[in-house]
Design a binder for this molecule. Structure first.
Ligand SMILES: Cc1cc2nc3c(=O)[nH]c(=O)nc-3n(C[C@H](O)[C@H](O)[C@H](O)COP(=O)(O)O)c2cc1C
Length: 363
């Protein structure tokens, strides 16, 4: 399979078109693995519904032209407040997997988060785009400190620790399809034995099959003492969990319900965001993901307190539809819509995107 099999990715006019193309090339069970959520998929739906509560107040004659979308996160510069989510099994969607995502991210000033359960090693992803792929994700599980060392050796700047996946969610579509994705990192990311005990090479296989991780915040705090890089905790939905993460040493949090793939029903990420921001104060980096499909969605999250937004399925659609060029197109479309909305709403910079630019829809 090569890129030449795909439609010309630069011509995609919308994310919807990209998604349709992706659905046309993916086998049905892989498409279900991608699209599906846990349980009755109420969280999946709630993530999208939450955006309908808010509208953007136009600002006529604002004088803004050419707004600046740049920002920084943990000292890392971003051309636009977007990151690409860690998603495992990436070669199922395109043979270049996260290497293509990292290259597309580098070309557009987006930061990629390389997954532990990915199809390529942290080092491979990093090397495919030396100027990007600066964050890597891992699971809080026996051997986490050794994995963190590998990530640092590979040249990353920060860690993303997934705290909402001690076991895989009850993924209904996969069960119906008898589909068990091969999430074993065939990459060598994961040492099989480390100083603090055995770490099963197929860490995700173990988590997904119900073996699970029994770590609590104290275990994570102990391991994190040895982390050579700053880390953010991905998967908090409450002020309490955010506080525990910061107490454990996290430099920031990701408000996330894992794209509706874990607890069902769970709160929508966008709905949980303002409470988390209020609890941690203005200076702690707060990211958000789950359900983001447009530049308008990104604008709303920034206005409700996020510093940046992580894109999951949106990126996978681009990857499946057109490899690196498809992912680049997704980032370009999101960035362009955000830029247009900043202009129309009178926001010169990302910091100008505040809640007073929103109007709540009355039910
Ligand atoms: C196919 C797929 C695989 C994923 N694998 C992981 C993973 O290995 N680790 C992780 O922390 N999150 C994983 N996620 C969750 C994403 O990082 C992210 O939280 C989620 O996709 C955001 O929601 P969205 O897809 O609606 O944008 C995965 C998501 C998808 C769609």
């Amino acid at each position: 399979m090569t890129d030449t099999m795909y439609p010309t990715a630069v011509e995609f006019g919308s994310l919807d078109e990209i998604r349709q193309t992706a659905m046309g090339v993916l086998p049905a069970d892989v498409a279900d693995f991608l699209e599906g959520g846990a349980g009755a998929e109420r969280t999946l739906l709630a993530n999208r519904e939450a955006f309908r509560r808010w509208t953007i107040a136009p600002e006529p004659m604002s004088g803004v032209s050419g707004p600046d979308t740049a920002t920084t996160l943990l000292g890392i510069p971003l051309a636009v407040p977007l990151l690409s989510a860690p998603f495992g099994g990436d070669a199922m969607f395109h043979p270049d997997g996260h290497r293509a995502v990292a290259r597309a991210a580098a070309a557009t000033g987006v930061v990629d988060i390389a997954p532990e359960a990915g199809s390529f090693s942290y080092a491979d992803v990093r090397a495919s785009a030396p100027a990007s792929a600066r964050i890597a994700q891992l699971h809080p599980f026996v051997g986490a400190a050794a994995v963190a060392d590998r990530i640092a050796d590979a040249g990353y700047d920060a860690l993303c620790v997934t705290v909402d996946c001690p076991i895989g969610g009850f993924r209904t579509r996969n069960m119906r399809n008898r589909f068990s994705p091969d999430l074993a990192p065939f990459s060598g990311n994961v040492p099989t034995t480390v100083d603090d005990g055995p770490r099963v090479a197929d860490v995700m296989g173990q988590l997904m099959s119900g073996g699970g991780s029994a770590w609590d915040w104290d275990d994570l705090a102990s391991a994190a003492c040895g982390f050579p890089l700053p880390w953010i905790a991905k998967g908090v939905l409450s002020p309490t969990a955010a506080g525990r993460a910061l107490d454990a040493g996290a430099a920031g949090v990701v408000v996330s319900n894992h794209g509706g793939r874990q607890v069902d029903p769970a709160p929508a990420s966008l709905a949980a965001l303002p409470g988390v921001r209020a609890a941690v104060g203005p200076d702690v980096p707060v990211l958000v993901d789950s359900g983001f499909r447009s530049g308008a969605d990104v604008f709303l999250a920034l206005a409700l307190g996020a510093d940046a937004v992580i894109l999951g399925r949106s990126v996978v659609y681009g990857l499946a539809a057109g490899g690196e060029a498809g992912v680049r197109r997704v980032f370009e479309l999101m960035t362009e819509e955000l830029r247009v909305l900043m202009t129309l709403a009178g926001a010169d910079t990302v910091a100008d995107i505040t809640s007073d630019r929103l109007v709540e829809v009355t039910p």
